[in-house]
Design a protein around this ligand. Structure first.
Ligand code: DC
Length: 223
């Protein structure tokens, strides 16, 4: 049986960490949809296109070719951009680009194709509500903004990115606001999603919980 698992939630809630581990344990393919929005943002920045100019960003679509390789390597027009898409400049601008309808339609089409013939764990903002509304399992993974800021701040320091905890928290609040207030496919919990607050959970606890939920849901669906 092909299984689709959708994990949605706000920035820095730990979705990709959990999705990767769950996919590894179950032998499913992990698909990071945020990386795709980041690729479009990176290309816009590289080409000197203003990320807040919707029409100009849309004009880049014909020259965008995104390929997701095993081991979480992301290729943009044949070049490995896995590191570049995590830069601060990309993070600061990606929410604008993710609010453009034509960009979303283009990437959603790619996401649906990738989930067609394999079991997947896909993480993002609109997977359970829009990309894969029939997903077998839907998780809405959240954590308090203070916890998310702490986690992202620690990650940044480890990567040598200079910032203060206050800056990280402000950035997260701004992204949460833009992601959940855009008109097309905003961040929101699907009616049939399981809400998981990870503020006080370890990574292993969350992974175990998600796998339990998957087994429970699949058991129910198989009658
Ligand atoms: O998960 P992330 O931080 O890599 O996501 C980057 C941005 O892309 C984030 O601001 C929200 C947006 N995004 C989205 O709108 N829909 C998705 N399915 C995935 C990400």
């Amino acid at each position: 049986m092909l299984v689709t698992v959708a994990i949605d939630g706000p920035a820095a809630a730990g979705k990709s960490t959990i999705a990767k581990k769950v996919a590894e344990k179950l032998g499913y393919v992990y698909i990071d949809t945020g990386a795709m929005y980041r690729c479009v943002t990176l290309l816009a920045l590289q080409k000197g296109v203003d990320p807040q100019d919707e029409k100009a960003v849309e004009q880049l679509l014909p020259e965008i070719n995104i390929d997701m390789k095993p081991n979480h390597v992301v290729l943009l027009n044949g070049r490995d951009v896995s590191k570049d898409i995590r830069s601060r400049n990309v993070a600061d601008n990606v929410s604008y680009i993710a609010s453009y309808k034509n960009i979303r339609l283009f990437l959603v089409d790619l996401q649906r194709k990738l989930a067609k013939n394999v079991s997947v764990v896909m993480d993002g903002r609109d997977i359970g509500t829009y990309v894969l509304p029939d997903a077998n399992v839907k998780i809405f993974q959240v954590a308090s903004v203070a916890t998310r800021a702490q986690r992202r701040y620690k990650e940044n320091l480890e990567k040598g990115i200079k910032c203060t905890l206050e800056e990280v928290e402000e950035e997260l609040k701004k992204r949460d606001y833009i992601d959940s207030h855009r008109s097309f496919a905003p961040l929101k919990q699907a009616d049939d999603a399981y809400m998981l607050d990870t503020s006080y959970m370890t990574i292993d606890e969350v992974v175990t919980k998600v796998i339990d939920i998957i087994h429970m849901k699949i058991g129910e669906q198989n009658g």
